[in-house]
Design a protein around this ligand. Structure first.
Ligand code: NAD
Length: 359
């Protein structure tokens, strides 16, 4: 955020209560409102403002238009040995993701491992949350996710948006320690991060966005213009390959929809392919923890500078934001307050208010 604009700072408890009240007022069950609040505020606490309460304006519009149907439940499509396939029926991803993972964890405990397909869910938010849910239960997991919306990312070598920001996540538990959580979009930037940069008046890193005619630009508003700009894949051809794997495993293999044309709905729809493995089922419960720790110690040994582990930045930010509150740029905050207004819900008082003008 430019130094001239200071953020609105809200306590995480007040923000959680605000989101919960919005969804209760919109018609969600108490459980649905709680799960949505937990995940959105959890993403802000983890430092991923792209997938936190800044999503409320879109979610509120989707609720009003019927593109986010409330109080849906997962439907079981296949339940056979280690295989579970669910349909999310377009319902809240926070409920669909949570319940699909809970069923997969139970199954992995019984059979050693579970393959879980979750198709046709409304936005699943921060995918690392599903890896954390598995890791908390002692399970290692891998998650490939596709995104059906306005396509926003060009395949490597292409200059037209044909795919979404397709996230990939891995969770690895560490008995007595914090899990490894790998969780990122396969584009150079997640769309939500571009929105936050635009609202904060920041330029994007070079070589992450093209204009609709294929010229490089650092202006984040280009992604939301008409015609809209095009994000580039992470790591040249490698991000395109991984994004493609997310598309085909996340959607085609689970019976979901791939992004094979212009969007047909106003909502972001995610489908996710997950593998959940119980070390006890693989016969490695006794050795895995020692091997994990031996490798992590080795990786961090020697004159390596500041080697960090995936999941650490999120934990550090969580501790800071629990103590000091969640900073939100003034433009995003006014959009979030307007979303609450749609359902007649008053915003909480900030811990501190902005100084300077929003862009
Ligand atoms: P990012 O670029 O911030 O990368 C985050 C990952 O990198 C985390 O695993 C983090 O622990 C790790 N990391 C960061 N710095 C590190 C360091 N120095 N050393 C080691 N590891 C480090 O993530 P992103 O691509 O901006 O994605 C943000 C969020 O957006 C993710 O939670 C993702 O799931 C979510 N997303 C969701 C959707 C959707 O449709 N639901 C789509 C795209 C992205």
């Amino acid at each position: 955020m430019p130094a001239s604009i200071s953020p609105v700072v809200i306590s995480h408890e007040h923000l959680h209560d605000f989101v919960r009240r919005i969804f209760l007022s919109a018609g969600s069950s108490a459980r649905e409102a709680e799960l949505i609040a937990c995940q959105l505020v959890g993403a802000n606490l983890a430092g991923h403002d792209s997938h936190g309460v800044g999503s409320l304006p879109v979610y509120a519009r989707n609720v009003r238009s019927g593109d986010l149907p409330l109080n849906r439940e997962i439907t079981t499509v296949v339940d056979h040995h280690s295989i579970l396939v669910f349909d999310g029926n377009g319902g809240a991803g926070q409920v669909m993701g949570h319940d699909a993972m809970a069923r997969g964890i139970d199954r992995a405990r019984e059979t050693g491992a579970a393959i879980v397909g979750l198709r046709n869910s409304h936005h699943l938010g921060r995918i690392g949350q599903w890896a954390e849910q598995c890791a908390e239960a002692g399970m290692s997991s891998v998650h490939f996710v596709n995104v059906v919306s306005d396509p926003s990312v060009a395949p490597f070598g292409g200059k037209a948006a044909r795919i979404g920001t397709n996230p990939f996540a891995v969770g690895i538990p560490r008995p007595g320690g914090d899990p490894i959580v790998v969780d990122f979009a396969t584009s150079k930037l997640a769309v939500g991060k571009v929105r936050v940069a635009m609202n904060e008046g920041r330029q994007l890193p070079p070589e992450s966005l093209l204009t609709s005619s294929g010229e490089p630009t650092r202006d984040p508003s280009v992604l939301f213009g008409a015609p809209k700009g095009i994000l580039l894949p992470l790591g040249e051809h490698k991000g395109w390959c991984l994004g493609l794997a997310c598309e085909l495993l996340g959607a085609a293999l689970t019976g979901g929809k791939t992004q094979s044309g212009p969007k047909s709905r106003n909502a972001v729809i995610n489908s996710m392919f997950s593998i959940i493995a119980d070390p006890a089922g693989l016969g490695t419960a006794a050795t895995m923890a020692d091997e994990v720790e031996a490798f992590l110690q080795w990786a961090r040994s020697g004159p390596n500078g500041d080697v960090r582990l995936p999941g650490e930045p999120e934990r550090e930010t969580r501790l800071k934001r629990i103590a000091a509150g969640i900073p939100i740029d003034p433009k995003s905050w006014s959009d979030i307050v307007a979303a609450g207004d749609i359902f007649g819900v008053e915003p909480p008082a900030p811990l501190s208010a902005p100084v300077g003008n929003p862009p």
